[in-house]
Design a protein around this ligand. Sequence first.
Ligand code: ATP
Length: 766
Amino acid sequence: MSTHSDGSAGQQPDDDEIGREQEYVSMLYGRLDDMREQAAQRLTEQLRTTGGTLQARSQRDSSVRMYAEQVEQFSAVENGLCFGRLDGADGARHYIGRIGIFDTGGDFDPLLMDWRAPAARPFYLATAANPQGMRRRRHLRTRQRKVTGLNDEVLDIATASPTAHEELTGEASLLAALNAGRTGRMRDIVETIQVEQDRIIRADLPGVLVVQGGPGTGKTAVALHRAAYLLYTHRRELSTRGVLLVGPNATFLRYISQVLPTLAETGVLLRTPGDLFPGVSARRAEPARTAALKGRTVMTEVLAAAVRDRQWVPDEPLEIEVERETLLLDPATVREARERVRRTGRPHNLARALFDVEIVHALADQVAEQIGADPLGGENLLSEADRAEIRRELREEPGVRAALDELWPVLTPQRLLADLYACTDRIAVAAPMLTDDERALLHREPGGGWTPADVPLLDEAAELLGEDERAAAARRERIRASQREYAEGVLEIWRGSRSIDVEDEADGGEILGVTDLLDADRLLERQEEADRLTTAQRAAADRSWAFGHVIVDEAQELSPMAWRLLMRRCPSRSMTIVGDVAQTGALAGTPSWADALEPYVAQRWRLEELTVSYRTPAEIMAVAADVLTGIDPALRPPRSVRATGVPPWDRAVAAGALADELVAATAREAAGLADGRLGVIVPQGRADELAAAVVAALPEAAVGEQPELESRVVVLTVDQAKGLEFDSVLVVDPDGIVAESPRGRSDLYVALTRATQRLGILRPTR
Ligand SMILES: Nc1ncnc2c1ncn2[C@@H]1O[C@H](COP(=O)(O)OP(=O)(O)OP(=O)(O)O)[C@@H](O)[C@H]1O
């Protein structure tokens, strides 16, 4: 049951009560300012010092990192620092917020409890029927540092009266959050986490947890909050191993990127599936059928065969020029050497040294036969030391080295794959199990970058090839690059903290003591001398990194080959897999969680389902539900938590007039937005043409590969819209979207469920 002390809920705020809360909240902000100032001062001191022993430098680097993270955390929690209060039946009172703050002057009592602390949990779970020792839950609304309203729930079964949504906690605050205009950036939900979500966020660390839920059920929100919770609760373990969070595309990662720092976490590595191979950023597009083929596990056999094909046996004896003569290496010798080396089972590049030994031995024997032959027909005159010397000399002969490189070349994964794609003969040898059509899909001219579907293949190739010295050197270079990035990041944080200070000043706050700045070059120099990096940085540069936990969002899109890669990154199999199999768009994507996971963990995975859609109002969900039935009559859409009273509109327009009608509808819908965002979702095949028409009429509209989501109007394809949401959505040519892919109905289902308030459909007549 709720009593509202909030103007927006139709009752007058209780000024005295708000005044009392304001006093407490102001005190908390005062403490936050002190903490930030102290961290910034310490950071400044550490950055100013240089030199010292290796140990001193490395300790200093840890301190720099720690204080820089603290400054970032304390800045990130500025808005909504304290959002709740729990009153226990015993009279105890706890304030709940984005971080924990303690009374350092006294007994170290908690002044503000971190939302992730076990004692904060009743804030999310307590109900009138099960009050968990609590008497009242209070939500505090703040704007900047000012308390603007309160919502109280009395957790007492005797006074509780049934409401429309018995199961919702903090209903008034929840609905206010859901109805607020969107900004183009995801917000955290720490103030209003619901019971079914809380259970997932705080689930145990080990094992594979699958979170299945329809559109808008908060899967992404839950995944992000789980990352923050796990880092808080298992800090020691996860701060050394790190957490990897995989999202579907770069636009989506930008959309969620602000949520984690606001949750006061910076130790998570965010990556798209196209960025999971260090040193490669796969952005190239390719036909869906090609991506689907590359995602099948048959590619493991193709790649293994492609590697074997590079271990070459010539048809004729190979002529090798050495200092004064020509040696002949016959095919049988090469074949025998190859078989012996293959039997060791070593990866290709690491086996090369063994192959060299075999071949050099064979050649040395030839040389020894010639120069050591006893003219009287007795035993060869050369000693073992002589032969060793011949081998040493042969190994340095350019002719021998060139022959070895030809017979057993050291390969990078990139070289192997690019050479394979570029040559139909190589494809024919490596892929006899594929059809002609499939082999043709793999063929591609060299250059032009990598596609996301290539990334798991590069990873597979890296496993087959093994890391040689050159690959290790490339890794060290990547680590150095990420070190430089980090140094720049420290400066950014520093600048960021300064700009916040200035804003605070306008609010009557104090300017912090960080006034002077080291120049970037000196900082870079100082950073480069150190070898210590954050876990996330080291993990980003290292393909063989084993993460402590892996979280995958929109996981239904991953191909079997992508699952292989991810499982390699997480040998402990501590994972949170989040997605909706009804929204699978990729042809190689997952139609069932069991199919995807059981090759790796058998039946040892748990399923949690989210059943309430917080995003999509009932009127829009009804339209989407029809499409869902077309995908699979057994599927049920999630239950909408609210209705808006605004029915979606659906208009047929003449095919030739679609662009004009779209421009008019976009302008109309955009004009009707108060402060929110409009998403225009178009078929992939017509994206350029329709986006150009919209931009011509509305230059502010964002379009292109990675559209700026904070723009008021964004034109995008279904692929780009995955995981995103807008206040108002226009779906253009739904039949066109369905026709574009064998999974077209799922794509349409995704498109129809992106709106928080309004939906319009433009349907060209054919
Ligand atoms: N407990 C909550 N309190 C406030 N807002 C919430 C809550 N749960 C979800 N939301 C909001 O609902 C919207 C949908 O959440 P989210 O994007 O996480 O859903 P999803 O299940 O990942 O959707 P999709 O499958 O379509 O990607 C977001 O705006 C999110 O902030």
